[in-house]
Design a protein around this ligand. Structure first.
Ligand SMILES: NC(=O)c1ccc[n+]([C@@H]2O[C@H](COP(=O)([O-])OP(=O)(O)OC[C@H]3O[C@@H](n4cnc5c(N)ncnc54)[C@H](OP(=O)(O)O)[C@@H]3O)[C@@H](O)[C@H]2O)c1
Length: 307
């Protein structure tokens, strides 16, 4: 793991801490955050709390209307932008819109995601969770990197998941990114969430000589709209099984708000967090060679959108 500073300090926060609690006393006036998936669940709460602490939040959602409605629902300074992550031209247009705002981005929070599509769906001939959760964000981050480097200490925050450990053997199936040689809903979700963690890890290495940090995290298990693609009985059974672990949306948004804002994490890069504390992810998520290979393959897949 890229460890620019020693191990990050353990915080006093835990699974019950809320996004408001972990940001209490932090003044984000003059700072700008971009949050993808700002219209639902953890993204909406993250936008609300960062704006409440004084940040200008650029709220990205799949359509301009969804982004505008979400931004209008929170107090503080927000700017809506459209960003459909599974449409790469749309991601490029989003980054052009953001650059036109001429605002350096202090916190780039890649929060949007889809989970466990029951049947194989593809875009650009590739499995849709890999496209949406990883490649869309890969284009977004790479295109916006100059605006993050334009701040004194930019932070890139990738929403991964403990489900990254359900990625297939070998971590990323580079020879089956289409999903056509075998598809499992959870393993594909796991692969996409492992990709989020590996992307943060590789960014932390690539940006080691800059003040920009990149970390990934598991937010906990939270009842949001994320289960929308799961089929009825399975969804209900899983809900019952996970009930004892469930936390509220304000608690679920805590770790990403902590990683994006805590003064204690200045310069901390290349880590995976859970419950507002560093945690050791799977061996694949710590594999810097795998992270480099994912970046290289992603560049080959979407190079023409990177600009
Ligand atoms: N909830 C959990 O228990 C849990 C656990 C581990 C990790 N996570 C991660 O946490 C993140 C936030 O999830 P959540 O629980 O808040 O789920 P959510 O309520 O379903 O929110 C997901 C957000 O992503 C957006 N999104 C989906 N597909 C998109 C696309 N193609 N382009 C742009 N935006 C898209 C959704 O927009 P629409 O509303 O328009 O579809 C929504 O705003 C995800 O990355 C997820 O993997 C969640």
């Amino acid at each position: 793991m890229a460890r620019r500073q020693g191990k990050p300090p353990r915080s006093a926060f835990d699974r019950r801490s809320t996004a408001e609690e972990v940001t209490a006393g932090i003044d984000l006036t003059g700072k700008t955050a971009l949050v993808t998936g700002c219209n639902s669940g953890l993204g909406l709460e993250t936008m609300r709390v960062l704006a409440m602490r004084g940040a200008h939040v650029i709220g990205a959602a799949r359509t301009q209307d969804k982004a505008a409605e979400a931004c209008a629902s929170v107090k503080g300074k927000t700017t809506p932008v459209a960003c459909e992550l599974s449409d790469f031209d749309n991601v490029v247009a989003c980054t052009d819109d953001v650059k036109a705002l001429d605002t350096p981005i202090d916190m780039l929070i890649c929060n949007a995601g889809i989970m466990a599509l029951p049947r194989l769906e593809q875009r650009y001939g590739l499995e849709l969770q890999f496209v949406t959760n990883h490649l869309g964000h890969f284009i977004l981050v790479n295109r916006l990197l100059p605006t993050v480097l334009d701040t004194p200490a930019g932070r890139i925050v990738m929403l991964s998941s403990s489900a990254h450990a359900q990625a297939p053997k070998g971590g990323i199936q580079f020879d089956n990114l289409s999903g056509e040689d075998g598809y499992s809903a959870w393993s594909a979700y796991g692969q996409s969430k492992l990709s989020n963690a590996l992307f943060a890890l590789d960014l932390s290495e690539r940006l080691a000589d800059t003040p920009v940090t990149a970390n990934s995290l598991h937010p906990g298990v939270i009842q949001t709209n994320l289960g929308r693609n799961m089929e009825g009985v399975f969804s209900m059974a899983l809900g019952v099984l996970l009930l004892p672990m469930m936390r509220t949306i304000p608690q679920g948004a805590a770790t990403q708000c902590y990683v994006a804002t805590s003064p204690a994490l200045e310069g901390v890069s290349g880590y995976y967090f859970s419950n507002c504390n560093p945690e050791t992810p799977s061996k694949y998520a710590r594999d810097t060679a795998l992270a480099r290979k994912l970046t290289q393959v992603s560049e080959e897949l979407v190079g023409k959108y990177l600009g």
